[in-house]
Design a protein around this ligand. Structure first.
Ligand code: NI
Ligand code: MN
Length: 225
């Protein structure tokens, strides 16, 4: 499996069998994204919540590539109403897809669509793909149940927001890594806008100071997992 980071909370996963998942594809209006929505394709689009910097270019990409949206119920209904294919789920539930399994977790945040519709609860996702597990927390503050999430699914990778203001900042993000206990933590949701400027190396040092490992991905970098 390959994991490519487009910046912000936007990732592309390519499975060993060649399936492509996009998570929170915020590209065209994202000043830090190295790719545009025209340059990506998707078999699945996973949305953690309805905010514009997460729904992003989902519909633009879907109009061209007909992926299956995977979201919590209210947001999945919104995708269906827009004419796209969607799989409705909700927090605590997991389901097996062609790429592997996906489980939605809690996240402490808000969730509205860009046209101000309630989009259900915001979420994180735990993915089990090609024998590895990845926890994308979505936008969230720190919460103690991250420990439970890591206990129920031992985590290989954890994608953690560090930009502060709308989500955890670095201090809380390091604590989140301690609680969820992944093998490797990867920072996200930083340096997209001035209000969420953060130094990912400071996060990496913090994670290393608690005896854990972090990898800082360049915007556009791809990692083989
Ligand atoms: Ni948000
Ligand atoms: Mn956000």
């Amino acid at each position: 499996m390959k994991l490519r980071y487009f910046s912000h909370s936007s990732f592309q996963i390519t499975t060993d069998s060649g399936l492509v998942l996009l998570i929170d594809p915020f590209l065209d209006d994202n000043p830090t994204s190295p790719v545009t929505s025209e340059e990506v394709t998707a078999d699945f689009i996973v949305l953690t919540h309805g905010h514009g910097d997460h729904l992003g270019d989902g519909f633009k990409i879907a109009a061209r590539t007909d992926p299956l949206f995977i979201c919590v119920n209210e947001l999945a209904n919104y995708c269906s109403e827009k004419g796209f294919r969607a799989h409705n789920m909700h927090i605590g539930g997991s389901y097996g897809f062609d790429f592997g399994s996906l489980k939605f977790t809690i996240a402490h945040h808000g969730s509205m669509t860009p046209d101000n519709r309630y989009a259900g609860e915001p979420a994180g996702v735990v993915l089990s793909i090609d024998g590895k597990t990845i926890y994308h927390t979505g936008d969230t503050g720190l919460f103690y149940d991250m420990k439970l999430i890591g206990e129920m699914t031992p985590l290989d990778y954890m994608l953690v927001p560090i930009g502060d203001n709308f989500t955890m900042g670095i201090t809380d993000a390091v604590k989140a890594v301690e609680l969820a206990n992944p093998n490797i933590a990867i920072p996200m949701h930083y340096n997209t806008f001035p209000v969420i400027e953060a130094d990912p190396q400071e996060f990496k040092q913090g994670v290393e100071s608690i005896g854990k490992q972090a990898v800082v991905l360049e915007f556009g970098e791809e990692l083989v997992l």
